[in-house]
Design a protein around this ligand. Sequence first.
Ligand SMILES: C[S@@+](CC[C@H](N)C(=O)[O-])C[C@H]1O[C@@H](n2cnc3c(N)ncnc32)[C@H](O)[C@@H]1O
Length: 215
Amino acid sequence: MAKLCFAGFPKMKEIYYNTSAGEYDSARTGKVRVHSQVYEPAADTYLLMETALKEVSSTDTVIEIGTGCGIIARELAKTAETVVAADINPYAVRCARANGVANVVRADLFSGIRGRYSLIVFNPPYIPIQESEKHDEWIECAWDGGPSGADVINRFLEQAKEHMTVNGRILLLISTITGVERVMERIGGLGMKAEEIASSRVPYERLTVLRSKAP
Ligand SMILES: C[S@@+](CC[C@H](N)C(=O)[O-])C[C@H]1O[C@@H](n2cnc3c(N)ncnc32)[C@H](O)[C@@H]1O
């Protein structure tokens, strides 16, 4: 992977919140800072955030995998009992901390993470990428779903099952680029049930949030 360059953390830009429909979100007044090696919040971010904010309760213990700049974790922390955020990209970990997310760890999915959570949230990388298409940049972790597009999602689902409390839920953002049916079958194969609870059409794809639980 590319060398880290944290010096002064200069490559940050400030962005205001949008809605999943692409409009300025007047209900949320915050700004987040985003480093050039970190995923900039987009329609997928806002759809998952809006859905997670409807789902979360004050008794939830939350983990957000792949937190990026931390925008979703930061909003969920206003309601949930606890929020842990994780990312494989060291720039994202640093960026989420800079945005006020208190509990951020660097991790490949759940590796090194102990305990169980009542709400697990993930906006995963889902674009099919071949080895020859990679450029050795940390930002690529945001979209590189491996050759199938579902490699990270499949690993996540297998591990997430072991980190859910009884009655725990997983909120997973899926695109038609990955194939919603394919992911739902995978979830079923792991002995969980899944339902679509939100969706939004954007250019070239439809985004869906799946909620999974033990049956
Ligand atoms: C599409 S971005 C979403 C970022 C942010 N949650 C949002 O919605 O704007 C996917 C994020 O997952 C992270 N990621 C990719 N593979 C990961 C892995 N194996 N373990 C942890 N995080 C990972 C990326 O670094 C990136 O921050």
